[in-house]
Design a protein around this ligand. Sequence first.
Ligand SMILES: NC(=O)c1ccc[n+]([C@@H]2O[C@H](COP(=O)([O-])OP(=O)(O)OC[C@H]3O[C@@H](n4cnc5c(N)ncnc54)[C@H](OP(=O)(O)O)[C@@H]3O)[C@@H](O)[C@H]2O)c1
Length: 404
Amino acid sequence: MESSPKKKLILLGATGSIGGSTLRVLREHSDRIELVGVAANSNHAELATICHEFKVPNAVLSDQSAYQAAEQAHSFPSETQLSCGETALLELCTLPEADIVLIAVVGACGLKPALTAIEAGKDIALANKELLVLGGAFVIEAAKRNHVRLLPTDSEHNAIFQCIEGHPREHLDKLILTASGGQFRDRAADTLADVTPEEATQHPNWSMGPKITVDSATMANKGLELIEAHWLFGLEPDRLEVVIHPQSIVHSFAQYIDGSILAQLCPPSMTFAIQHCLLYPDRASGTEKTLDFSEAMQLDFKAPDLDRYPCLLLAYEAMRTGGSSPAIYNAANEIAVERFLAKDIGYLEIPKVIAHTLQETDASAVDNLDALLAVDATARQIARNYGNDGNDGDVQHRTPNIES
Ligand SMILES: NC(=O)c1ccc[n+]([C@@H]2O[C@H](COP(=O)([O-])OP(=O)(O)OC[C@H]3O[C@@H](n4cnc5c(N)ncnc54)[C@H](OP(=O)(O)O)[C@@H]3O)[C@@H](O)[C@H]2O)c1
């Protein structure tokens, strides 16, 4: 049989956790996927190592001083064209030879690269959830107009994608996203105020970047994923549910109108979802040990306690309010986590920052990207000022069960 041509991949966020898992898939399937471009923010040493190993012709560092350091150190191979800054990042996404762009940068900074790649006709493997929460309407419209595929790479959405493919959409009743419940799911509620950034960046099942690990603890991650699922699969909030599944083996469920439920299972490693997207619609052997049902295995499920996870409740509220609310939720959460990691606010203040910002920012719908980015900037400013502007009084109404 004639082998299909290699897919040419651009990997944004190559030095991160998803980036590392993607490189593992590429090592296994170097005959099928070729890395033609990589980007990172500031980790120039790691990016240079990747360019040497994978002979990458194009690389971008967003951070100017990291770029200068790399130039001085002559650390990149001479065959790699190294550039710097946002314009270079956007240009990378339009490389004529590329077929697919995997977006694994963290945060809303993924939105413009995603839209640029879509307008250039590239398929998108979407690990970054924040960009869809911020600009879902724009991304979905652009993808339809340009006939590009949005391949869900987040494990839950990849699971759902696999469970609903080939089924008439009118047969689908609801989607149930699984959640590990984070590292504090069994910790006494009255000790959560003392959670440190060091504790909040360790996850029992998944090895991930710091921001998503904190999001997993607060379940803001699941909130973002609900909004992501809304955009990717077109379901309204009342047909999107969350169930706690501590083992992270079942990655989500699709329930049909006759009551049948389909699930996708695999061990908790992102390589399964990444490989599925990069080889799609083909399949090949994976990089990891698969599940072995001859070994003892327990699968537990329970409904989340929304009092314990106010960030999840706030995400439902933002989704139901609509307009710019999801964008505000995302911006506030990004700043709250940044401030928590910098030890500027406590763990239990994260939902308070989100509630305050949702309350204080105009959530009217916007019809252009500049207006959306202005809402995002305003929300970030309000979230940064939380606790410093003496105007946080009403927050308790929105998050009644948060210990202070
Ligand atoms: N980790 C997971 O298992 C997982 C699972 C599902 C979904 N996701 C989603 O995937 C995304 C990435 O998560 P992660 O855990 O891999 O994050 P991470 O480990 O913190 O890595 C983030 C990556 O993005 C790069 N980056 C950040 N800002 C950038 C910018 N302005 N320009 C170019 N590159 C930039 C970083 O470069 P530097 O190294 O130079 O800072 C790094 O390569 C997030 O949206 C997350 O929610 C992650």
